[in-house]
Design a protein around this ligand. Structure first.
Ligand code: PDD
Length: 281
């Protein structure tokens, strides 16, 4: 496998960044993840636009033009011979002697790109059966709309899920409302049959898959509302699922051990998953 590191492609074992990289020392950086189908990056523009926005919000210099970056991403996919899998990019504020304020102007950002083959279709096994989710308090900061590499609360939440045999942790605010998953956006089909997901003005990531699913659901004539739901509403829901670039639409069949609906993936989640995969291909 090969990685792109600050201008060159290297074998993964030699692909290293400096110990004083600000991503390493301060989590002072951002990232994006694309899925790859038939060698093509799904929702290419959407993720690229969000990456620029994340950089701008944190005042990290754009390392190159969108066209140049697109070439790097595609070349990394090609060199790793990925037909189906994931591409990861991380851009940090660069390398400088450890000091909290931004480094001197002109310090180049660090750019790392990796790609790996992952049989995404295999995720189907989980999607057919449905997965378990647990809930965790949302202990993150106030700018979850920025896709930063500062993911410690997400890591702790996902680990808690893993230790309890669940695939994802849904984070819950102080009002008892679900914000989002540790690496996914959270959805239910409520007891009245309405598709619901939290609005993006309230400290969550504006998921690219979320946006695609909203668009597809509207086209399907599914009644939907961008409004937060409580853990209680999720427990009583007909269906639950979550979305991300790496898992697409994943049906959840229990929350904290409580069965959702009949304990099987529901028709809305199943339909939206099928539509998303058709669209990505
Ligand atoms: N995670 N919410 C959070 C906190 C996320 O980290 C992600 C993505 C999403 C879904 O966004 P999108 O549909 O644009 O992938 C929601 C990526 C996949 C990750 O961390 O690996």
């Amino acid at each position: 496998r090969f990685a792109y590191v600050n201008g060159t492609y290297r074998p993964l074992r030699d692909a290293v960044v400096h110990v004083e990289d600000r991503g390493f020392q301060f989590a002072d950086g951002v990232y994006e993840v694309w899925s790859v189908f038939d060698g093509r990056l799904a929702d290419f523009e959407g993720h690229l636009t969000r990456l620029w926005r994340s950089l701008d919000e944190l005042r990290i210099d754009r390392p190159m033009s969108p066209e140049a970056l697109a070439r790097v991403l595609k070349e990394t996919v090609r060199r790793n011979r990925v037909r189906e899998g994931l591409v990861y990019i991380q851009i940090t504020r660069g390398t400088a002697r450890r000091d909290h304020p931004f480094p001197a102007e002109g310090t180049p950002p660090s750019v790392v790109v990796t790609a790996r083959t992952l049989p995404l279709a295999k995720g189907n096994a989980a999607a057919v059966k449905g997965v378990a989710v647990i809930t965790q308090p949302d202990i993150r900061w106030g700018r979850c709309d920025i896709k930063t590499v500062g993911l410690l609360p997400n890591v702790l939440a996902k680990q808690a899920a893993k230790e309890r045999g669940a695939a994802e942790a849904w984070m819950v605010d102080e009002m008892g409302l679900v914000t989002e998953g540790s690496s996914t956006n959270a959805w239910i089909v409520d007891e009245h049959g309405k598709l619901r997901t939290r609005d993006t003005q309230s400290n969550i990531l504006r998921g690219i898959t979320r946006a695609a699913v909203l668009e597809m659901a509207a086209k399907e004539g599914i009644e939907l509302e961008e409004r937060a739901f409580s853990v209680d509403e999720a427990r009583r829901a007909r269906e639950a699922f979550y979305t991300s670039a790496s898992g697409f639409v994943m049906p959840a069949v229990s929350i904290d051990g409580v069965k959702i609906g009949d304990g099987k993936p529901g028709p809305v989640a199943t339909r939206l998953r099928t539509l998303y995969l058709e669209r990505a291909r």
